[in-house]
Design a binder for this molecule. Sequence first.
Ligand code: TMP
Length: 234
Amino acid sequence: MRDVQQPREGPGGFVTLEGGEGAGKSTQSERLKRRLEARGLRVVTTREPGGSARAEAIRAFLLSGRAKRHGAFAEALLFAAARADHVDRTIRPALAAGGFVICDRFSDSTRVYQGKLGEVPPSALAALERASVRETRPNLTLVLDVPAKLGLARASQRRELTGEERDRFEAEGLEYHTRIRDAFLAIAAAEPERCAVIDASGAPESVERLIWAEVESRLLTPESVAGGEADHGG
Ligand code: TMP
């Protein structure tokens, strides 16, 4: 895929958080939202799969494990169907209104989980990505990086606290999660203009600071706020 800085309109921007289990994406999404709001910016936080009513219905089916028996290609189609609705109903309108959107997982997760792990061919995934995302591509993708073992330990700690069940993807073993980590790092290395790797193994406060430094330098400089013509309107 080409590494092109996406054009932006006004002060807003589309930020995605990616990474394996237990990387702290949802915590950091809320922390980043607070920081941006403190600057007087409008922010919508959302997540995938999900983020719109229809996409949340597809999420329930995907994470229950019932889609697994249909194979990784069918899962990729379902993730793309959910994403198309999410982009149309939630992400694109918020960007068109000049706000920031922070999305917990997006199309890099499909490239990693269904592509690298599920072995769906990159050409098929690229076609699905073009159809579901169209021009609404992230301006910045933060890859929250933790060793797989630490991520899994954090995820299991969280489940103990909340009583959540492991989902279909969390139930896979350490080797699977190590491959996920490596695949996210490979995407970041191939697209450095769009992606920043964040060491997410530290305390939430220090991870928050690392993220903020990237967001400030990449999206909040006077040049980047003024920069470029955008077409997020559909
Ligand atoms: P999460 O809520 O813990 O992030 O769970 C979502 C799960 O769905 C996670 O294990 C990764 C998986 N997933 C994919 O396999 N493909 C995708 O495109 C997305 C967005 C998520």
